[in-house]
Structure formats: C-alpha cells, structure tokens
Design a binder for this molecule. Structure first.
Ligand code: TRP
Length: 374
C-alpha cells in the first residue's frame, strides 16, 4: 500500500479534451471493432455497464442508437449491468419530477425490448448506497479545474441557459465514474458525447491505484474501463434534426400504431417526388429511408428505388408500415408489462439487491485499500 501522497495531475483536462479529438475517436472506433471480435470469441472476459437518465420515455433514436446494441451484447453472453440513473436527473433541474413513473416506464421499455432480468442486472442509483459512497474517495482524486474543463459538463451547462451550475452538475462525471467502477465494469457502450466521462473514469481508477494502493498486490482495485462505440447509424428526428423530446420530433417506443402514423405524416420531406437515398443533399428524406431500413433490414437505396416517384406520401406510408410492424411485438409486451406494476417493482428490487451485493464487495475492498477497516 503506498504511503506517499501523489498530487492530482493537472493534465487530465487535456486527456479529456483529447479523448474527443478525431485521431483519438478513430482509435476508439478501431478498438471497439477489436472488442466486438473478442466478445464473439469469449464473452466471459467482459463486464458491461451502461445506463440512462430517466428524464422521459425512450424513443427510436435510443433504440437504434444504443438499446438494441445492449440486447445484442447481453445475448452474446456478456454479463451486463444497466443503471437507471435517477440521481443524474437532478444535476440540472429543480426537483425530481414524475420520477417514479419515469423509472417504471424505463424499466418497462428495457424489458419490452428484450433485456432479460435473469441475465442483466437493472437497478437505480438511489437504491445502491455503496455506489454513491465511492463518490467521496473519488472526489479527492480530481480538481475543480479539471471538472470545469470537462467538455460534457460544459455542453450541459450551456444547454441549461443561465441556470447556475450546481455542485452536482460539476461533479457528476465523478459520480458516473462511481457508476462504472462500483461493479468493476471494463466495457461501457456509450455514444461519442460520453467519451470524456470514460476518460475521467480511467483517470480516477489510475489515481486511486497510485494514491491509495491495492489490496491484492497483483492487480489494481479498479480496472481501466473502455468505451464500446456502437456501429449503429444515428436516427434523426422527424424534422431531420437530432431526435429529442424537447423538440417534439420523437417517436417513443411505447407509442401506439395510430400515434406513430400521425407523427410520421407530419414529418418533414422535400418537394422532389422522386425518392432517392442521398443523406448529404436530402437529409430528411434519407433519414426516413434509414428508419425504414433499420426496421426491415433492407438496403435504403433499394427501398428508395421501390418507392420511385411515389413522393413524400409513398415514403411516409412505407416508413409507417415498417416502424409499426417492427415495433408491434415490443409494444405488445410493453402494454402487458405496464399493466403489471407488481412485477416491474419486483424486477427492480431484485436488481437493486444484486447491485448492492456487488457494490458492498467493492466498497469493502476500497476501505481495505484506504486502511479504513474498523
Ligand atoms: N450520462 C448518461 C446519459 O445521459 C447516463 C449514464 C449515467 C451512464 N451513468 C452512466 C452511461 C454510466 C454509461 C455509464 O446517457
């Protein structure tokens, strides 16, 4: 166990900035492809952890961007932890809002898409004390300057307008490091915007090892977690911009077929009746074609050829059918699940209990490394 004090390096901000540079992004992408190959060979070497903020219902952008990937990884045999990040809801807003409904809704979405509670641990921040307690030693390992430079914190601060930054918003990357490290996850499927958090997590794990030492001299208490960037294409909203609830351009997983049809009817297209797949020049039309492609497994160019000069109307009809057909079984399961709140709460309680077991074991090791076992 190391007795000497190590100062917090002041270069981490640069590391964080670098983690989003083009070259570094290419390396992360290449590494993700390697990891995918390793998973296919032997899934047991990985523990995956990821999660979502329960601030609204999950939508098709989430599904094709990350949720489908999680199910795939689970089905490949990788042990998976999925966090409903309820404490992260209050980083940038006053109060918890309809949190109970949102947590239950998110859980219903997760189960409906095929996350299986027998194989995947689903739990909430607020129910896992050991996870939250890791925040204390972890905060000793970062400087406020470093946190202020975190690109994701900066972006989220900007998004909240003139709202003063809360202490929780400033420190939430460290809390997110605790999310990942409490279960010693070594693989985190995330979008690009979350890469600075991953770098921060590695920095925390490294500094913990340098400053507080080990229990087993052969290995650090915490692993170096890697990002797994999903190959999935981004689905935009119905107006061709980022799919986001606040823009009203979203199709939610749990919406019914009629609502879906109505929303797609209002989607933005252009005046050219000949439908072509041309993401560069016709982003809205191409996004709708991509959505149909993801739902049918067909090539978007082939779909465009089939619609031919059918115009926006023909395109929307095909997209509506594709989306409604693909999501019909998921939606039917979701309706059943939502009608059984007793089952949902039982799944969450079991997930919480398992997360507590894992978190308590990690915290015991942390106390031992820090000489705080009394
Ligand atoms: N910040 C993530 C998001 O907004 C959610 C999240 C919380 C998360 N804790 C995590 C993702 C840990 C990956 C790992 O999407």
């Amino acid at each position: 166990m190391s007795e000497q004090t190590t100062s917090v390096a002041d270069t981490a901000g640069d590391d964080l900035a670098q983690s989003t540079s083009e070259a570094s992004l290419r390396r992360t992408e290449a590494r993700s492809a390697e990891i995918e190959a390793q998973i296919a060979q032997d899934p047991t070497g990985f523990r995956v952890m990821t999660g979502d903020r329960p601030t609204g219902n999950l939508h098709l952008g989430h599904y094709f961007g990350s949720l489908a990937n999680r199910v795939r990884i689970q089905d490949a045999g990788v042990e998976t932890f999925i966090l409903i990040a309820d404490y992260q809801v209050i980083t940038d807003r006053d109060g918890t809002g309809p949190i109970h409904e949102r947590v239950m809704g998110m859980l219903a979405d997760y189960l409906a898409i095929g996350l299986d509670p027998r194989r995947t641990t689903i739990y909430a921040h607020s129910a896992v004390p050991a996870l939250n307690q890791l925040l204390l030693p972890f905060l000793s390992l970062v400087t406020d300057a470093e946190l202020r430079r975190n690109p994701t914190v900066k972006a989220e601060l900007e998004a909240t307008g003139d709202r003063p930054m809360s202490g929780l918003l400033l420190t939430y990357p460290v809390h997110q490091a605790a999310d990942i490290l409490f279960c010693k996850a070594n693989l985190v499927p995330v979008g690009r915007d979350q890469l600075p958090h991953l770098e921060q997590t590695r920095v925390v794990a490294r500094r913990f090892d340098e400053r507080y030492g080990r229990v087993d001299p052969a290995r650090p208490v915490f692993p170096q977690a890697e990002a797994l960037l999903s190959k999935a294409s981004t689905v935009l909203g119905l107006d061709g911009t980022k799919m986001s609830k606040s823009k009203g351009n979203v199709i939610e997983l749990g919406m019914d077929a009629d609502t879906t049809a109505k929303l797609i009817r209002k989607a933005v297209t252009d005046s050219n009746r000949q439908i072509t797949y041309d993401p560069e020049n016709r982003p809205e039309v191409s996004n709708l074609l991509m959505l149909a492609s993801l739902c049918t497994g067909r090539d978007p160019v082939e779909i465009a050829d089939e619609i031919g000069d059918g115009g926006g109307g023909g395109l929307k009809k095909l997209v509506t059918e594709s989306v409604n057909e693909f999501f019909a079984p998921i939606r039917a399961r979701r309706v059943e699940l939502a009608a059984d709140p007793g089952y949902l709460i039982d799944v969450l309680r079991k997930g919480n209990a398992r997360a507590n077991e894992v978190g308590d074991a990690t915290l015991a090791e942390v106390r031992a490394a820090m000489n705080m076992v009394y």
